[in-house]
Design a protein around this ligand. Structure first.
Ligand code: SF4
Length: 224
């Protein structure tokens, strides 16, 4: 595991549970709005070693409910499954995962061990490149999404709304796609650009007219 950071406590990243967040280093995608650009690179600093993380978690048994893997893209870590398996079965933690599903084979593997998944849908799958800057990146994400909805995993689906690259039609088509796949709730997240890591610029959320249209298709939750 290449670990770019550890947040020792969170009540926001696993629904209803107290968790810590392991930020994995590296991502195959290059989303324009990436909130953790310093973690995109595979070769940057590792904040703590795997052994140090294991020791930290061993001391948090009974104090934390869950370990959430975020990033970067956790699926890029070859030993992710084994690490999750150990955390779950030796230490008794629930396992959470924040992912774009961009590596299907790896997603399938960890689906067996993960208790809750926050799945990022970037836009319509055929338009992923506009956000991710990686050709055909929606193909793997689509396969992972279909595996997710066909599984028994608990999950939420969320989309960061970047009005520079997502059209109203994209939003309506994603809403229809999710509803057709029996997803009951879609979280739309405000897009915040971190300019040189110093100032935050909030982009506009979907307007009321669009929200009304989307809500007729699927329950929308706006998350700021
Ligand atoms: S998938 Fe996530 S970590 Fe990777 S570039 Fe996009 S926003 Fe950043």
């Amino acid at each position: 595991m290449k670990i770019g950071g550890l947040q020792k406590f969170s009540i926001l990243d696993y629904p209803g549970k107290v968790s810590c967040i392991v930020f994995c280093r590296g991502c195959l995608l290059k989303c324009h709005y990436c909130h953790n650009k310093n973690l995109q690179n595979f070769s940057g600093l590792e904040e703590i070693t795997e052994d140090e993380l294991m020791n930290f978690l061993a001391n948090r048994k009974g104090l934390l409910d869950a370990v959430v893997f975020s990033g970067g893209e956790p699926l890029c870590q070859q030993d992710l499954y084994h690490f999750m398996f150990h955390m779950k079965h030796s230490n008794g933690f629930l396992i959470g995962l924040h992912t774009s599903g961009c590596i299907y084979e790896q997603f399938l593997k960890v689906l067996d061990v993960v208790d809750w998944i926050g799945f990022d849908i970037k836009t319509e799958f055929e338009d992923y490149e506009k956000i991710t800057q990686v050709p055909n990146s929606g193909d793997q994400a689509l396969k992972s999404f279909l595996a997710l909805v066909g599984s028994k995993a608990n999950f939420e689906v969320r989309t960061t709304y970047d009005p520079r690259f997502i059209t109203d039609n994209n939003m309506i088509n994603v809403a229809k796609f999710l509803a057709n796949n029996n997803v009951e709730r879609w979280i739309i997240q405000e897009c915040i650009l971190r300019n040189n890591g110093k100032t935050n610029e909030k982009l506009s959320l979907p307007n009321k007219n669009l929200i009304t249209k989307l809500n007729k298709i699927i329950n929308i939750e706006i998350r700021k």
